[in-house]
Design a protein around this ligand. Structure first.
Ligand code: ATP
Ligand code: MG
Length: 665
């Protein structure tokens, strides 16, 4: 472990009471948390299970676990280093029964969630053209992030969208309960509710976590703030670290005030500032500092580095977006070859996920290995999960999550309320859902039609279970999907036929995957196939992807938080992309975009390349692009080759001729 500087040393050894480390990028905040953990374990002999560290991404958690394990060895066993969400899931699994959910609940992805919102809207006869499911989903999500429960929502709703949400939100929650599912935002909201409402549960976790540390604290929202406050009330040893200049989740309800008010809200809070940057060269740091300086409301911070000026920033201006991607990949290959660098030293960072397409193609063309972090993976798509669920039910009818997915897909009249009734009955009688379905005739509170539908579904599954054999599975699955009428269902429920066709192609791919699995494993069965997929997904999720170890990283700026790479390509630095077109005129939003730019620049250790293009295709037609205003905020002398356009430019003001001048860059 590296030698701590005096401020870091103070932060590491100040273990009792509240502590705030507020400092710029690359100053060793995350390092402080790791060293504190090792100090607590090795020097103070604190048992590992009394320590909790919370990070923002799985990747960050895994990295920290590895570092701690390396430094503290077996003493680190049983330590909880996790994201907010996996912490919440852990707390929920233990006691969620008491909120009326089964402990084997499923966590719904965005696309699952969208399906439930759509269903709730249709149950309530709300016009989805006027109130788009996505907008309603967003409203519900932001309510949950602010810890607003369905029953509190109506009081706070003023406009028509909020009024519709007020009606949909309880229905949506009701349906989730029926599916024995929770959504991503519920994880935090329900955990907080449980800790608030159930004193024994609260006591248990407060007692357990004697030392709590939170990284990236500037991006906590109201729910996460409350969760941490509740947990830390027990022992009061809470250490949070963060950087207000890197707050980039305001759009998702994160509140900078949580970090800025941390010390004033606590008596005897220790505050430590770190000013030495250990990550980047002077040039990179200089660029980052001059950009972020343009934001007005920020805590005062200075960052310096002892690592020398290093290489100048290189600027790539390409004709088109595809050309931009091609040039970036060419530069990357050149650098890799010349400097004998592994591919994993390189990252390409962009503002929006859609930008990855051009870079993925260019990398594939050149056969450069890459991993794509974020974006929806094949096996997470809704129709893929739905069709796989049938196979999972055939492999094990007591796979409850799978059964719930299939019970009303394609729709057969077993709605949310009936399902909730079935779930309650199975909970009361301690029976699996599948066995419960077989006893529909004994369950009160179901309509005749539902009873019939449930019986029909149960005997259909029973028949399929009896017929399905583990040889030649792919043709059997094809026939099954056909009998079920999955394709027709997709055409029926998706308004856009092109979209529907795409989903059907995805289902074909599921069959293809099964066929190729069978070919490779002639004696294996359905369960083996499903296990293989689950494993693949786990690896992918854990390692960031299931692709080669040595690969270029492609990710959004949001996903890059906390990470570092020797060489970074910050691409698409154009007005409308960074800052994003939604934020061009709004002051606080431009400030958040500028922080994103700051995050991007400060991911680079040795070398930074910035690129932009002159025109991009939008819905098939060319659109002229202007350079990002943030580009002009970087001093011209920091660019390579005495960047001519930059040199000629007058000291930049944001006046009328700004774009005209920049256009020639
Ligand atoms: P960010 O704001 O981007 O999350 P950070 O403040 O968390 O950055 P770290 O990731 O902890 O910074 O540290 C940045 C780099 O500096 C890492 O490579 C880390 O190993 C190194 N580092 C931190 N402290 C020291 C030190 N005292 N001596 C040498 N290297 C250090
Ligand atoms: Mg960090």
């Amino acid at each position: 472990m590296s030698q701590l500087n005096p401020e870091q040393f103070i932060a590491v050894h100040h273990t009792e009471g509240p502590l705030l480390v507020l400092a710029g990028a690359g100053s060793g905040k995350t390092q402080v948390i790791t060293s504190r953990i090792v100090h607590l374990l090795a020097k103070l002999k604190i048992p590992a299970d009394q320590i909790l560290a919370v990070t923002f991404t799985n990747k960050a958690a895994k990295e920290m676990q590895e570092r701690v394990k390396r430094a503290a060895g077996s003493k680190a066993e049983g330590i909880l280093i996790s994201t907010f969400h996996s912490l919440g899931v852990r707390i929920l699994r233990r006691d969620i029964r008491r909120l009326g959910y089964k402990p084997n609940f499923t966590i719904y992805s965005d696309s699952d969630q969208a399906g439930v919102v759509r269903q709730a809207l249709s149950d309530l006869n709300i016009d989805t053209k006027q109130f788009q499911p996505d907008m309603v989903r967003w409203q519900i999500s932001s309510a949950k992030n602010r810890l607003i429960a369905p029953e509190q929502y109506p009081k706070l709703s003023t406009n028509p969208l909020e009024q519709v949400t007020a009606a949909v939100y309880p229905r949506y929650q009701h349906l989730l309960r029926a599916y024995n599912a929770i959504d991503f935002d519920d994880i935090i909201m329900l955990t907080v509710r449980m800790l608030e409402e159930l004193p024994e549960v609260r006591q248990h976790w407060q007692d357990r976590f004697r030392y709590i540390m939170v990284d990236e604290y500037q991006d906590t929202n109201a729910g996460q703030y409350k969760l941490i406050s509740l947990l830390a009330q027990g022992h009061g040893n809470l250490c949070v670290v963060g950087d207000d200049d890197q707050a980039i989740y305001g759009w998702r309800g994160a509140d900078i005030a949580n970090i800025l008010n941390f010390s004033s809200e606590r008596t005897s809070c220790k505050v430590v500032k770190l000013e030495q940057n250990y990550r980047s060269t002077g040039t990179i740091l200089n660029a980052a500092n001059t950009v972020i300086k343009n934001n007005s409301k920020r805590s005062d911070k200075a960052l310096w580095t002892a690592s020398g000026t290093g290489e100048l920033i290189s600027l790539l201006v390409a004709d088109t977006d595809d050309e931009e991607a091609r040039q970036v990949v060419e530069q990357l290959q050149l650098a890799q070859y010349r400097n004998k660098r592994p591919w994993k030293d390189f990252a390409i960072l962009y503002r929006s996920n859609a930008q990855s397409r051009a870079f993925e193609e260019a990398l594939r063309m050149e056969e450069v290995p890459y991993v794509l972090v974020g974006g929806q993976k094949f096996f997470e798509r809704k129709e893929v999960k739905d069709s796989l669920s049938y196979l999972a039910v055939l492999a094990n009818p007591r796979d409850e999550a799978a059964l719930v997915r299939t019970i009303n897909f394609p729709r057969r009249g077993i709605g949310g309320t009936s399902l909730l009734r079935l779930q309650q009955w199975s909970l009361e009688h301690n029976l699996s859902l599948y066995d419960t379905l077989g006893m529909a005739d004994q369950i009160e509170g179901l309509s005749e039609a539902t009873r019939k539908a449930v019986n029909g579904f149960h005997s259909m599954i029973r028949q399929e279970l009896a017929d399905f054999t583990s040889s030649n599975m792919a043709p059997q699955a094809t026939a099954l999907f056909k009998r079920l009428g999955i394709n027709q269902e997709l055409y029926r429920t998706i308004d856009n036929p092109v979209q529907a066709r795409k989903r059907i192609e995805n289902i074909e791919q599921v069959i293809n995957a099964l066929a190729s699995f069978e070919e490779r494993n002639p004696t294996a069965g359905l369960a083996d196939f499903l296990e293989r997929i689950a494993l693949l997904e786990d690896n992918r999720r854990e390692a960031g992807d299931d692709q080669p170890q040595d690969a270029v990283t492609l990710m959004s700026l949001h996903a890059s938080k906390g990470l570092e790479f020797p060489q970074v390509f910050l691409v698409g630095l154009e007005e409308g992309l960074l800052p994003h077109h939604r934020s061009i005129d709004e002051d606080p939003e431009v400030a958040e975009e500028r922080r994103l730019c700051y995050v991007g620049i400060t991911r680079a250790r040795e070398r930074l390349t910035i690129s932009r293009c002159l025109k991009r295709r939008k819905y098939g037609t060319w659109e002229e692009r202007q350079p990002s205003r943030f580009l002009a905020e970087i001093p011209p002398e920091l660019f390579e080759g005495g960047d001519a356009e930059h040199k000629e430019a007058e000291p930049v003001d944001m006046g009328m001729d700004f774009f005209a001048r920049m256009q020639n860059m």
